[in-house]
Design a protein around this ligand. Structure first.
Ligand code: DQA
Length: 141
């Protein structure tokens, strides 16, 4: 089975409670369910994980390396700060696509540095949940 690994970082467990303007109304569970169904319909398995911890983010990325055909990641605020996650992605020779729900380029200065994305194969920002679906379709294809 082709396994795609999706990792969401800090505070993304609170989708549905966070600012609707940036993050929409739906919960993370709804997003995971919807993407799992798309993956299944296309002969793939989606393994989803969310953590608020930088170390757990890296552990999950590494632990699932051998079975994964690719990754969809949203490191949340760690995208702007984490050299450690960036280094972990750099040592992965599988497709890694970073997704941001909001258009971070039109937000505060502090969100302009996309450290982890610079190590990824692709970056999708500002399309809300649709961005995750685009990433998934790209990996499936
Ligand atoms: C986010 C953007 C980050 O700047 C923020 O810290 C998040 C969510 C996004 O999906 O738009 O937690 O990654």
């Amino acid at each position: 089975m082709n396994r795609i690994v999706m990792i969401n970082g800090p505070n993304l467990n609170w989708l549905g409670r966070r600012d609707e303007k940036h993050y929409g109304k739906n919960s993370l569970q709804e997003l995971e369910d919807e993407l799992s169904e798309i993956a299944r319909d296309n002969g793939c398995e989606l393994l989803s994980f969310q953590t608020n911890s930088e170390g757990e983010f890296i552990d999950f990325l590494q632990k699932n390396y051998s079975q994964a055909i690719g990754y969809i990641i949203n490191p949340g605020a760690y995208s702007h700060t984490s050299l450690a996650i960036m280094d972990a992605i750099l040592s992965i020779d599988k497709q890694v696509i970073e997704v941001h729900l909001s258009n971070v380029t039109s937000r505060e200065e502090i969100r302009q540095n996309l450290l982890t994305a610079s190590a990824c194969d692709g970056l999708i920002i500002g399309f809300g949940r649709e961005g995750y679906k685009l990433a998934l379709k790209s990996l499936i294809n």
